[in-house]
Design a protein. Structure first.
Ligand code: NDP
Length: 334
């Protein structure tokens, strides 16, 4: 039987390409958890996903109600069968917004969607996934939340949760930033990614031994052509892929990035918990899977998977524990 694999934000970019890669292996039945159901159905068809390999279900991460409804609908759909894999991939990036946008619950949009929505979703699925063998949960991270790399450390602004004063004050309108300071869109995204990576480590510490679930994060490489950069100006969207490809060497195409994310839940060598997966070297020229669903194996000029180091900020246990407790409150989980 195929594994039941849930992917959030599977209607675009990394999530869509991951859904395509997994559906074509024949080893996964993919639940595409998307805010725009019609769009997801259309792009799944356009990308040639086999008809009986997926279903699209509504999930608006900017609404805690919607997250709970999604879990309810998912359980009804799958009946007793446990979820094998959860991939928290959806995100928004709003670097040019002068004012914060707010989610239904009153969270600043990037923190609300990228972190709080996924935080609740992950917690609501732990018990169910504990029933599956070799269950894996992956929350997509980023070097932008990683202060010890070029992309994360040198490029202004840096992620910084401070003492989580903003979370402590309730994390809701008019409070827009985790540290309680004035709104700064590019930083809000980076802060949310730090929370994503801290959530993975905390999930591991709290639940790995008792449930057997593997919790991981990953950095897919810079996928400079996705809609994530939709708010950037046209010249930037042309120059950025070129810059990443020829200057920093961190560029990765959407298809290969999707295969990398798929590898984290599909490859037996990625069963380990509490890992931040990354890929070294240049992008591979060929897909990781051939059309019959068999892995092609390592080859090409780079793209070898390895266990990366989290930054000190992400590994700071006392902030992570505080972040966890305040997120439980903000998501009204108690
Ligand atoms: P895209 O913008 O292409 O995809 C984001 C996805 O999230 C879309 O499917 C979008 O839906 C969905 N989404 C946005 N808001 C919500 C919401 N409120 N509720 C539910 N779903 C929502 O970006 P990418 O594919 O580039 O990003 C995917 C992940 O990769 C993110 O976690 C990002 O942080 C990470 N990442 C990306 C990098 C890059 O270089 N692009 C680098 C490092 C990490 P819709 O289709 O309706 O817009």
């Amino acid at each position: 039987t195929r594994k039941l694999t849930v992917i959030t934000g599977a209607s675009s970019g990394l999530g869509l390409n991951c859904a395509v890669a997994l559906s074509k292996t024949g080893r996964h039945f993919v639940v595409m958890a998307c805010r725009d159901v019609d769009k997801a159905k259309r792009v799944a068809k356009e990308m040639g996903m086999p008809d009986n390999s997926y279903v699209v279900m509504k999930l608006e991460l900017g609404s805690l109600r919607s997250v709970r409804d999604f879990v309810f609908n998912l359980k009804a759909f799958k009946s007793a069968r446990p979820v094998n894999n959860l991939i928290c991939n959806a995100a928004v990036y709003r670097p040019t917004d002068p004012e914060p946008a707010w989610t239904d619950d009153g969270f600043e949009a990037s923190m609300g969607i990228n972190h709080f929505g996924h935080f609740l979703l992950a917690n609501l699925l732990v018990d169910d996934m504990a029933k599956a063998k070799d269950a894996r949960m992956c929350i997509v991270g980023s070097i932008t939340g990683n202060t010890n790399t070029v992309g994360g450390g040198l490029v202004y602004p840096q992620a910084d949760l401070g003492n989580l004063q903003g979370f402590q004050m309730g994390a809701k309108k008019p409070i827009s930033m985790a540290d309680g300071k004035p709104f700064f869109g590019a930083k809000a995204y980076k802060d949310s990614k730090v929370c994503n990576m801290m959530t993975v480590s905390e999930l591991h510490r709290r639940y790995h031994a008792s449930t057997g679930i593997s919790f991981s994060s990953m950095y897919p490489g810079c996928i400079a052509e996705t809609a994530l950069f939709r708010e950037k100006r046209q010249w930037f969207r042309k120059a950025f892929p070129w810059f990443m490809k020829y200057v920093t060497g961190g560029y990765v195409g959407q298809e290969e990035a999707g295969e990398r994310l798929a590898q984290v839940v599909d490859d037996p060598q990625c069963a380990k918990s509490d890992v931040y997966w990354s890929w070294n070297g240049g992008a591979q020229q060929v897909g990781r899977w051939s059309s019959d669903g068999k892995p092609r194996g390592a080859g090409g000029s780079g793209g070898e998977i390895f266990e990366n180091q989290q930054s000190d900020a992400v590994r700071d246990r006392s902030t992570a524990m505080k972040m966890w407790e305040l997120s439980v409150k903000a998501c009204e989980m108690t």
